[in-house]
Write a protein that binds this ligand. Structure first.
Ligand SMILES: NC(=O)c1ccc[n+]([C@@H]2O[C@H](COP(=O)([O-])OP(=O)(O)OC[C@H]3O[C@@H](n4cnc5c(N)ncnc54)[C@H](OP(=O)(O)O)[C@@H]3O)[C@@H](O)[C@H]2O)c1
Length: 402
């Protein structure tokens, strides 16, 4: 990870929020809105939630508002007419928004759609607050090379990676023995496979400790989220797969840990509120106040830990195998998972079909080296095509009343 010269603490920092209407996006807006003098807004982007995007753009006096879906352009234009706020639409316009000269860019689009805009921000050497883990999973080595080449600063926003970042010794990486990613275990932590086979969308998105977008909530239920995070941690911190462990910790108080060679274990703790890791990245290198509930360890009283169950949650094994296999395997894993999760959310397949479709797609495709972005796009497109075929075949064999 490249860390560039520190900005003066408290100095104004212009911001762009990619995915401002999502769960991470709205929480970033919440923090930015508390100090508009310090955080002037350059651009906000969404997929098609124009009503919220227009409101955010007006409230924050953004210079530019962009929707990825071209069909939503006219409505956004109408909602912002007379405000002087520029309006644009389309995937290229989202990437162009990231090219605009904001000091700090929040990458909070969900899925591989975030790749180009995040790269655009990295390529102009911005400080990039990084929530969009699928981007790092699908193009990890290439992204980290671009970060280095352009002197960008990548600040993790995922609570686990933010925790590790805060206690990781970047000066002496050989003193790090292992990373320990904590996981809540998701809504099905204590459920058996028969329950999961019949699980509904509503049950899968009901996360016990975090309030998040639909895709990441389902990923938490399958525990693929922890698999994606393991790959993300490998690329962010340069630690090999076999030295990254996962620990189930249902209270989500310890956000992750770093074990050093002398046996010391350092951790970051807090209540489960994404505004804390977002604020860490927004204020970095200074810390800024947040309204997050303070951690009361007496009230928390008991913190518990357990090993993840590889039989009930095979997604973690799939992610480890993909990282070991290397090349395009993580790209295929992430793309197939994205397509399968969407099919589950659309009630076209069952919950356990998600992991099966990911595994079948990983088996069906060669894991070629990723020499450039064209290779990433090809692996991503191939995986989406194979996964869509498997979903169609599954849908044909009755999913019932999900
Ligand atoms: N939520 C969390 O607490 C959390 C924690 C850690 C990491 N993350 C990661 O952060 C990312 C965002 O998660 P989230 O939960 O905030 O997701 P979310 O609530 O679903 O929001 C996604 C955002 O991306 C936009 N978007 C969706 N598809 C797009 C496309 N094709 N092109 C451009 N924009 C698009 C959405 O716009 P519309 O609103 O118009 O659809 C929305 O603004 C994910 O990678 C997730 O894994 C999230």
């Amino acid at each position: 990870m490249v860390v560039k010269a520190e900005a003066a603490p408290g100095a104004p920092r212009s911001v762009t929020i990619l995915g401002s209407t999502g769960s991470v996006g709205t929480q970033t807006v919440d923090l930015v809105a508390r100090d508009p003098e310090r955080f002037p807004v350059e651009a906000l982007t969404a997929n098609r939630n124009v009503a919220l995007l227009a409101k955010q753009a007006r409230d924050l006096k953004a210079r530019l508002a962009v929707v990825a879906d071209p069909a939503a352009y006219a409505e956004l234009k109408g909602l912002l007419s007379g405000t002087g706020i520029e309006v644009a639409a389309g995937a290229e316009a989202v990437a162009a928004a990231a090219e605009r000269p904001a000091d700090w860019v929040m990458s909070a689009i969900v899925g591989a759609a975030g790749l180009e805009p995040t790269l655009a921000a990295v390529r102009r050497g911005a400080i990039v607050a990084f929530a969009n883990k699928e981007t790092l999973v699908c193009a990890g080595s290439l992204m980290m090379e671009e970060v280095k080449a352009h002197g960008a600063t990548l600040l993790p926003v995922d609570s686990e990676h933010s925790a590790i970042y805060q206690v990781f010794d970047f000066e002496r990486t050989d003193s790090v023995a292992r990373l320990i990613l904590t996981a809540s275990g998701g809504p099905f932590r204590t459920r058996d496979r028969a329950f999961m086979a019949a699980a509904t969308r509503e049950q899968a998105v009901a996360h016990p400790t975090w309030d998040m977008g639909a895709k990441i909530s389902v990923d938490s239920a399958t525990m693929m989220n922890k698999g994606l995070e393991l790959i993300e941690a490998h690329f962010l911190f340069g630690i090999p797969e076999e030295r990254i462990d996962v620990l189930v910790h249902p209270q989500s108080v310890i956000h992750s840990l770093v074990e050093y060679v002398d046996g010391s274990v350092l951790a970051q703790l807090g209540t489960p509120d994404m505004r804390t890791p977002i604020a860490y990245a927004l204020g970095w290198p200074a810390r800024i106040a947040t309204p997050a509930e303070r951690l009361d360890l007496v009230k928390a009283a008991t913190l518990t830990f357990e090993a993840p169950d590889p039989v009930r949650f095979p997604a973690l094994r799939l992610a480890r195998a993909a990282l070991q296999s290397g090349g395009g395997a993580p790209t295929i894993l992430s793309a197939a998972n994205e397509v399968a999760v969407q099919a589950f959310l659309d009630r076209r397949i069952g919950f356990l079909d998600i992991e099966r479709i990911v595994e079948e797609t990983l088996t069906a495709l060669p894991h070629r080296p990723l020499r450039d972005l064209a290779a990433v796009r090809e692996a991503d497109a191939d995986a989406r095509r194979i996964a869509a075929g498997r979903i169609q075949a599954t849908g044909a064999t009755a999913v019932g009343s999900r």
